[in-house]
Write a new protein. Structure first.
Length: 169
């Protein structure tokens, strides 16, 4: 197994179907329940475990997922409401070391509960034609709504696998 990408890299079909979108939304909808099952009873020592040398701690991963989902949600809404908006990159490594990442993970899990509820509601609204709408990422270029929905799901699953590896589950 590739510890850096334990579930593989993000792959988005060229032709995204309603079933693809529904599967991604199901994963997003159940994510915080599955995350809580892994982290709610962890000690501070456990939250400081890493999944490989030099990687983020479990605590940082939980906070990172919340940060990233928030950024992706904003990009999704922009793509659905504006014509090819340009979005900036954020330095996730610098964000991981800001003081709010030392807070209890509960703050980010609560944030994810509400955010994921909104992502699912928005995802259920998206039509086939809207899946091809794009935003322009300052370094990655055009990103489709379909790819963003896929990444919202994949990214959570990717880091859930990292947490399992750190816990040796």
């Amino acid at each position: 197994m590739d510890v850096k990408f334990p579930i593989g890299q993000l792959q988005v079909p060229d032709e995204v179907t309603a079933e693809d979108v529904n599967e991604w939304l199901r994963e997003i909808d159940s994510y915080t329940t599955r995350l809580r099952e892994l982290v709610d009873s962890l000690s501070d020592e456990d939250l400081n475990k890493t999944y490989r040398d030099g990687s983020w701690t479990i605590r940082q991963l939980v906070h990172h997922v919340a940060d990233s989902q928030l950024a992706l949600y904003e990009r999704l809404k922009l793509a659905l409401t504006e014509y090819q908006p340009t979005v900036s990159e954020f330095d996730q490594d610098k964000w991981a070391y800001l003081p709010d990442n030392r807070l209890p993970v509960e703050s980010s899990i609560r944030m994810l509960e509400g955010l994921n509820e909104r992502i699912v509601a928005l995802g259920n609204y998206v039509t086939g034609a809207q899946l091809d709408r794009v935003f322009i990422h300052e370094t990655d270029g055009e990103i489709r709504v379909a790819e963003t929905l896929a990444k919202l799901s994949w990214h959570e699953e990717h880091h859930l696998a990292h947490i399992r590896i750190a816990l040796e589950l």
